[in-house]
Design a binder for this molecule. Structure first.
Ligand code: HPA
Length: 296
């Protein structure tokens, strides 16, 4: 069976589980951030294991299920846990869930992750919006034949496409406004992805800083690339769970990353309850504009 067909089967299965809910916004929750899904009202759960062809996470702190319901009154589909390249999954497997979300008809995805802070202005426990990324994973998930059916064949699903604005400027502005309403200001920074699973050496972190990275992590970038291939808008939100190697005197551990993530998830959930209605209103506006354009 082709990959495209597998994705469609998974999407069809999920559609059947969502009892009429037609979310246009998806959220992927990173390490230690899973409890954000508890803010979803009228939730319906689908374990990854029940979805045809869906990869299952092997990492502690990634529980591996879909939660669909309402967040801030807006229909949403939340992926509680993701799979990573370092678990031994292929790039196609790592991005399979994002392909499925695309085929479900989503318009916007919010990708969250845990990261190490390289920028010395960052503190542990802060949320940072991704302004851009640097892909040092050693692969691009789109290597191989281009599957144009993941797009509309005109502006999306293209072999070569623009990544100038991988992380939507408009969505970042909405996130900043939602954060301000809650009395916070968010930093914006460049996320550098490495394969892991070992954390970086201090020399690597110095090199990454010189390359222009503010944050370092092991996820998100493959999902952003395929989301943009499908024409989805992406918002990236990173939780700085630790200072990157060599920046603080302490050694890094997964427990530290996990605990810092757990502490910030309430802040993230409250940001989402303000942000999702704003994104939904923005989508409705864009749709009205597109319809008016067509009528002209
Ligand atoms: N490095 C890489 N990935 C991470 C880190 C880190 O310091 N913290 C959380 N994810």
């Amino acid at each position: 069976m082709t990959y495209f067909k597998q994705v469609n089967e998974a999407a069809e299965f999920l559609r059947g589980q969502l009892s009429g809910l037609a979310p246009r916004i998806g959220i992927v929750l990173g390490s230690g951030l899973g409890a954000v899904a508890e803010a979803v009202e009228s939730p319906e759960w689908v374990p990854y294991g029940a979805i045809p062809h869906f990869p299952q996470s092997t990492v502690e702190g990634h529980s591996g299920r879909i939660v669909a319901g309402l967040l801030g009154g807006v229909p949403v589909i939340v992926m509680q846990g993701r799979v990573h390249f370092y678990e031994g999954y292929t790039p196609a497997q790592v991005t399979f869930p994002m392909r499925v979300l695309g085929r479900l008809g989503l318009e916007t995805v919010i990708l969250t992750n845990a990261s190490g802070g390289i920028n010395s202005n960052y503190q542990v426990g802060q949320l940072v919006l991704l302004s851009d990324h640097i892909n040092l994973l050693g692969f691009n998930p789109l290597i191989g034949p281009n599957e144009a059916r993941f797009g509309d064949g005109k502006k999306t699903g293209l072999r070569f496409f623009d990544m100038t604005e991988a992380y939507s400027v408009e969505l970042r502005a909405l996130a900043q406004a939602a954060a301000r309403e809650g009395g916070e200001a968010l930093h914006e920074g460049v996320y550098l992805a490495t394969s892991g699973p070992s954390f970086e050496t201090p020399a690597e972190i110095r090199a990454f800083r010189n390359l222009g990275a503010d944050l370092v992590g092991m996820s998100t970038v493959p999902e952003t690339i395929v989301a943009r291939h499908m024409g989805l808008r992406v918002l990236g939100i990173s939780c700085v769970t630790n200072l990157a190697a060599g920046i603080s005197a302490t050694h890094l551990s997964h427990e530290e990353v996990f605990l810092a993530g757990s502490r910030v998830q309430h802040q993230l959930a409250s940001l989402f309850t303000r942000l999702l209605p704003a994104i939904a209103a923005n989508q409705a506006e864009a749709q009205a504009e597109a319809e008016a354009e067509q009528a002209r």
